[in-house]
Design a protein around this ligand. Sequence first.
Ligand code: FAD
Length: 401
Amino acid sequence: MVAQVYDVIVAGGGIAGSCLAGVLARAGLGVLVVEKEPRFRDRIRGEGTWPWGVAEARRAGLGEVLDQAGAVAVGLLKRYEHRQPSVTEWDRSGPDEIPGMGFSHPRLQETAFAWAAAQGATMLRPAKAMRFAHNGRPSVTVVQDERADDYRARLVVGADGKTSAARRWTGGESCADPEHHRMGGVVVAGAAIRRDWDNVAWIPGEAVNWFAAGPEQTRLYLVLTAERLRQTEVDRSFAAAVSYAAAFMPEGALEDAEQAGPLGFFANADTWASRVAGQDVVLIGDAAGSPDPTQGHGTALLFHDVRRLSEALLGERDWRIAITAFAEQRTRAFAVIQAWDRWSNVFFDTSEEAARLCEGNERARQADPTLGGFAAIETDGPDGLVADDAARRHFFGQDLS
Ligand SMILES: Cc1cc2nc3c(=O)[nH]c(=O)nc-3n(C[C@H](O)[C@H](O)[C@H](O)COP(=O)(O)OP(=O)(O)OC[C@H]3O[C@@H](n4cnc5c(N)ncnc54)[C@H](O)[C@@H]3O)c2cc1C
């Protein structure tokens, strides 16, 4: 049988895969997206994008996708102490400023998938990308309705998420940091919260985060160690999760809350591909590198990937040069976010060493509130930052006399 030929095959039609496919199809390329799920469901994933990610999405021309998905502006990040708002971490609520966004993850997936089709991409679902081969040109074997077909292209993009099989297609392997905490939660309806804020409360070793996941629902994320999860059993029942979270939030915030999605928890750690680009194949989104969800940079990074890779492919005739340049830049950006994730783990650690590092960070913030640029990572992103040993020492105040 003659294989069907495209410019680009995208394995995985989540937010990263569908957004990239739509941007490339909009520019006139022939794009095939292969997605294994028949319909997207709530998998307890990212529903908030930091301002730097929203800026990336808009630069890629994806503002309409966020709007169609009912994403709402989340203008500032507020830290709570003793159930009351205390510190404003950043404020992007001014009329000319780009705020963060809150949305329903499955709704954004469905919207991006439909949007990519409307831009002219060919969407196959449910269909599974099973095998990558390179015989002069890259090809992917796709199984749909118990039938296997080969599709060829100039370029294959792996956008198949955190447990990516495509990480091996580049000739690399999958790497992971050790788990430090579990993070998860549930989406609720009927919560009485500040819907224009991202709200977060910490106690030593634990945290609760709540924000508007679209116009009606509220996402509750809980961060605990595996041991505390066993003690509290907040992963066992909606009632336990809500009563745990409510103790961090203003009085009555969850009084009328009803469960609006599944409850689940996941190991917190960065996982990444050792090689982002191979021979005519490149990875984006969580497949390229999935940051620790505690710091919430996953969706921002995928919008960054869509913008950077689409610009590289549309601006360079030689796609091997384009994907090599993209991979170098992506690896640099991920290294910064990964360093930030690792440094920030001390805020969830209850050891004496962590307490010393936290104190050092407090002194560092007083001496330099910008932390050498790292304090603005949620609003300005990782580009331009270098996460070397000097930056780490600066973060923990170890360079102060
Ligand atoms: C508990 C938790 C909380 C999080 N919170 C945040 C947050 O607040 N903010 C934030 O920015 N990020 C957060 N994240 C991370 C965020 O969810 C991810 O970075 C983001 O979903 C990655 O999108 P993606 O499209 O790259 O991957 P995915 O969403 O995993 O999409 C991959 C797609 O590929 C499909 N697929 C996989 N294999 C195949 C195959 N062989 N063939 C065809 N299709 C395939 C899958 O069905 C899926 O649709 C969180 C993650 C977790 C686990």
